[in-house]
Design a protein around this ligand. Sequence first.
Ligand code: RB5
Length: 148
Amino acid sequence: MANVVLANDHGAVELALTLVKHLTQKGYTVNHLGVSSNDSVDYPDMAELACNEFKKGSYEFGVLLCGTGIGISISANKIEGIRCALPQNSYASGMARKHNDVNFIAFGGRIEYSEDPCTILDAFTDASFEGDRHQRRVDKIMALENRC
Ligand code: RB5
């Protein structure tokens, strides 16, 4: 089964460990880069760590978590080659893969989701990129890295 890289800040330790367990039970090999304690760390550092690890090439996707998921997803999206979604629910997480071909999915440890975050993650892992016109749009997203 595939490899997944996962990192979080202190605002999402419990959810991170839940998702590590869930992915592991599904057969993924999860490289959890931390953190596992409530000691404060800076989410941009955790995003950079996970994205650089992902870019080594042996991972299917990455998971990032902070208190809201906002700071860590913004950080990841600043890194060349990374497309990170912060889905509200399982519909959005499935579409993030089907249409946006994201390579990272983010969650907020302090967010009250309307669905179990494991279900939201399942919708992501069960989906695949649909290509075609969506590839053109993803190419346009990536071209923005060099134009703006
Ligand atoms: C940390 O307190 C918090 O700001 C962080 O986890 C995240 O919510 C930022 O977007």
